[in-house]
Design a protein around this ligand. Structure first.
Ligand code: ZN
Ligand code: ZN
Length: 309
């Protein structure tokens, strides 16, 4: 008899259960995946020659452009506040984030930081979320590389409960949870200012977190060197992922403290890279539990071994 290979852990930050079931990765998939359809350049609203298809930019330096989302899920009116931006991060239809040159990536990080600060400065704004969807399985509606920024009048429940958990940890241990984490054998990349690792209780196969080494609570605390180092570690981490999974779709989520607790001792800025491998389905929706087919230690080793430049 084969031994039972399922292991159950509970995610510290969210309380969700994760079932590590490494045999799942060996399942045959009988659905044939269609080749990924891309928006042809001539109809792409994010290409410079089609700029008449998007609203007037709030920022444009010729390479990076910020436009209000044409189909926003929030907007400001008499009763509510909300901003939903699209950051078109390249003028080149086919260029991917992981391949931007070093000046380009630094510029992008600076633009994201500045827009974050601008949105947060509105007194009706409680929270700003920066994220990126790349690929159709990650929810991107355009193939041309872009990010989104949402400025909200409320602090979302996910952040609210995260703050509660992290404050609880700090009160008990007198140290920030992320600062005290032992990343052990799960480190994938490291530079002067940041570290990429797979969380021991990670919910997603090859899911990585990027943490600043310094205790920073928000992207607005990033200095020039940190902006450059963040861009570089993000690209290197993505490149490793693409070596292992060449057609991968992924989400990037950048978590900064809501402005009400900015600079606090218990919250630590972090970024999640979520590779979209497999889909959330009936089990996940009905139980709120996750199935991860790759053990974090194993995933980290594979990512470390991936050969990039
Ligand atoms: Zn385009
Ligand atoms: Zn910390």
């Amino acid at each position: 008899m084969e031994e039972n290979k399922t292991m159950i852990k509970r995610c510290f930050l969210t309380g969700e259960y994760v079932f590590y079931a490494t045999d799942r990765a060996k399942r045959p998939h009988s659905f044939r995946r269609e080749p990924i359809k891309t928006t042809p350049r001539q109809y792409c609203p994010f290409c410079p020659e089609n700029s008449h298809l998007t609203p007037t930019p709030v920022y444009n330096d010729g390479v990076i452009k910020i436009v209000p989302n044409k189909y926003p899920f929030v907007h400001t009116n008499e009763e509510t506040y909300g901003v939903h931006d699209v950051v078109i991060d390249t003028a080149d239809h086919d260029e991917r984030l992981k391949d931007f040159g070093s000046e380009h990536i630094l510029k992008l990080m600076t633009v994201l930081k500045n827009r974050f600060m601008e949105l947060e400065s509105d007194e009706k704004c409680s929270y700003v979320q920066i994220f990126k969807n790349e690929g159709i399985d990650a929810g991107a509606s355009q193939t041309h590389s872009h990010w989104q920024i949402a400025a909200l009048p409320v602090v979302p429940l996910k952040m609210e409960s995260l703050l509660k958990v992290l404050k609880g940890y700090y009160d008990e241990h007198k140290e920030c949870y992320f600062c005290s984490l032992d990343k052990g054998s799960r480190i994938v990349e490291e530079n002067d200012s940041f570290i990429t690792y797979l969380p021991a209780d990670g919910k997603f196969p090859y899911g990585m977190d990027i943490l600043p080494k310094r205790h920073i609570t928000s992207i607005e605390e990033f200095g020039e060197k940190e902006l450059a180092d963040f861009g570089s570690i993000l690209q290197r981490s993505l490149k490793r992922l693409f070596v292992i999974k060449p057609d991968i779709c992924y989400n990037l989520c950048l978590y900064s403290a809501p402005k009400a607790v900015k600079g606090c001792e218990y919250f630590h800025f972090y970024t999640q890279i979520i590779p979209r491998i497999g889909h959330m389905a009936g089990f996940e929706f009905s139980t709120g539990c996750y199935i991860n087919s790759v053990l974090p230690e194993v995933g980290a080793e594979e990512l470390r071994q991936a050969e990039i430049d």
